[in-house]
Design a protein around this ligand. Structure first.
Ligand SMILES: NC(=O)C1=CN([C@@H]2O[C@H](COP(=O)(O)OP(=O)(O)OC[C@H]3O[C@@H](n4cnc5c(N)ncnc54)[C@H](O)[C@@H]3O)[C@@H](O)[C@H]2O)C=CC1
Ligand SMILES: O=C([O-])CC(=O)C(=O)O
Length: 326
């Protein structure tokens, strides 16, 4: 039996938390032979609701769940954590852009970054889900300067999953036939799902779906606006699909990527493709099971170049908005 891994989750009593925790505790995050200890972090007013979540986790009798630590103390919450999933933050309402949340949510990530640096295990890796996730991740990372910069991630996997499904529906194929589709840039309405490198059944997506107008007028806006469409329909932002994408992201990071595929996650840019170093920017990524690398040498056409710069400009603007938190 392996030693349990401590997984810290903030916002544990929220909607995403409700879908996410059972999946972690049942072995879907780190594998069917990896015991876990859940460190559930909430703010004081949500501790009562968290008690209920803890009771439900206990009532699942998950064989891999070796402990639950519910807390509103960040030091206790991140103690010994090897993974931190930063979900806790306020979701947007209809009519808002995600960056409108920076004023409310940004400061949450300063104290969390500090507490991660001070308390987490030496192999800590952090995935930020709470919006605007790229810039919140930037804030946390900058408040934990001793944690290597390649251990910080912002979630764009949900956008990738959305994009893959839209291509599959249009082409009339199974979603597993769609590969190599990466989200570039910010998890926001400027994100760029770069369909030029995507494949469908092993062929270039643009040879299978040949209508250029469909990509520009339907595909890109649908992916960019999917979060808003869900808020409009449900009155609440996506939760089950967001939790699913968090599970997928960690799996993508810790398992080697298939030769014919890539995945999307926001990482600390080192200037790849001319992007400002230090921004948390989503790229096409491959994992060897240990380390991630940006897929280099892709041919970026004029249209893509404009899109990847547009989303970079928004991230630079968000960085300026939070300069006092960095
Ligand atoms: N990156 C992505 O693809 C996605 C990101 N999101 C974002 O995830 C975040 C959470 O969404 P939901 O679970 O639906 O929201 P929710 O409102 O249902 O739950 C958020 C939870 O976070 C807690 N919280 C607030 N401040 C906290 C703090 N300082 N420390 C710890 N916990 C704190 C709240 O008490 C609440 O229980 C939102 O910012 C949302 O916009 C949502 C979907 C997808
Ligand atoms: O749209 C939102 O505010 C929630 C979110 O990030 C998403 O569903 O992609």
């Amino acid at each position: 039996m392996k030693n349990p891994v401590h997984v810290a989750v903030t916002g544990a009593a929220g909607q995403i938390g409700y879908s996410l925790l059972v999946r972690i505790a049942s072995g879907q995050l780190l594998g069917p032979d990896q015991p876990v200890i859940l460190r559930l972090i909430e703010i004081e007013p949500a501790m009562k609701a968290l008690e209920g979540v803890v009771m439900e986790l206990q009532d699942c009798a998950f064989p891999l769940l070796k402990g639950i630590v519910p807390t509103c103390d960040l030091n206790e919450g991140f103690d010994s954590a090897s993974w931190a999933l930063l979900v806790g933050s306020v979701p947007r309402k209809a009519g808002m852009e995600r960056k409108d949340l920076l004023g409310i949510n940004g400061k949450i990530f300063t104290s969390q970054g500090k507490a991660i640096q001070e308390n987490a295990a030496s192999d800590i890796r952090t995935l930020v889900v709470g919006n605007p996730c790229n810039t919140n991740c930037l804030i946390a990372m900058n408040n934990a300067p001793d944690v290597p910069k390649d251990r910080w991630f912002a979630m764009t996997k949900l956008d990738e999953n959305r994009a893959k499904t839209q291509l599959a529906l249009k082409a009339g194929v199974d979603v597993t036939d769609v590969k190599n589709l990466a989200i570039w840039g910010n998890h926001s309405s400027t994100m760029y799902p770069n369909y030029f490198d995507a494949t469908i059944g092993g062929k270039a997506a643009t040879d299978v779906i040949t209508e250029e107008a469909w990509y520009k007028d339907e595909f890109i806006p649908t992916v960019q606006q999917r979060g808003a469409a869900i808020i409009k329909a449900r009155g609440l932002s996506s939760a089950a699909s967001a939790a699913n994408a968090a599970i997928d992201t960690v799996a993508n990071i810790i398992k080697p990527t298939a030769a014919d595929d890539v995945f999307s996650v926001g990482i600390c840019s080192q200037g790849e493709y001319g992007i400002e170093p230090g921004l948390i920017y989503s790229y096409p990524i491959k994992s060897d099971g240990e380390k991630l690398s940006v897929v280099e040498g892709l041919d970026i056409n004029e249209f893509s170049q404009q899109k990847i710069k547009e989303t970079e400009a928004e991230l630079s603007e968000e960085k300026t908005m939070v300069s006092d938190l960095l």
